[in-house]
Design a binder for this molecule. Structure first.
Ligand SMILES: [Zn+2]
Length: 135
C-alpha cells in the first residue's frame, strides 16, 4: 500500500508539530483510497485534547464535524497523524488503538529523528506503507 501526500501536506504537518511541541501534534487525513494507493487530499491539524507530550486524543465532536465536511466533498477519512518523541514507529499504546481503528492509516512524525512514516494493521499485523510525496 502506498500513501500519497503533497509537499504542502508534509510541510503543514511539520509546521503543526513544531508549533505545538512538546505536546504531541494531531491531524486528520481525508482523501480517496483504492486497493493499492491512498491519496490524501485534505490534512486538518486538530488539537490534542490531552495536551500531553506522550499521549494524544482528538475531540470526537471535532472528528465527526470534519468527517461530515469531508464526506460532503466526496472524501473519506483515511488516516490519523500524530507526532511523538520517539522513533517514527507505533508505540505500544499506538498499537493498542490501531487495532481498534480497522485499516486506518497511522502517520507518525518523530520529533527525535524528524522521520515520517506510515503504518496500518493488515489482517492483524502491523504493516508499513511507502510514502509518496508529490503534487
Ligand atoms: Zn505515538
Amino acid at each position: 500500500m502506498i500513501l500519497r501526500l503533497t509537499p504542502n501536506h508534509v510541510a503543514l504537518l511539520r509546521q503543526e508539530t513544531r508549533r505545538v511541541y512538546p505536546i504531541e501534534a494531531c491531524a486528520l487525513l481525508f482523501g480517496h483510497l483504492n486497493e493499492t494507493k491512498t491519496v490524501v487530499r485534505r490534512v486538518f491539524p486538530v488539537p490534542n485534547r490531552l495536551e500531553s507530550a506522550s499521549r494524544f486524543e482528538v475531540d470526537p465532536e471535532t472528528f465527526v464535524r470534519l468527517n461530515e465536511e469531508a464526506e460532503a466533498d466526496g472524501m473519506s477519512f483515511v488516516g490519523l497523524f500524530h507526532s511523538h518523541a520517539a522513533p517514527a514507529t507505533p508505540s505500544p499504546t499506538d498499537l493498542k488503538f490501531m487495532k481498534l481503528w480497522g485499516t486506518t492509516i497511522w502517520l507518525i512524525l518523530s520529533t527525535i529523528t524528524d522521520d515520517i512514516a506510515a503504518f496500518q494493521i493488515v489482517e492483524g499485523n502491523l504493516s508499513s506503507l511507502a510514502i509518496e510525496v508529490d503534487d
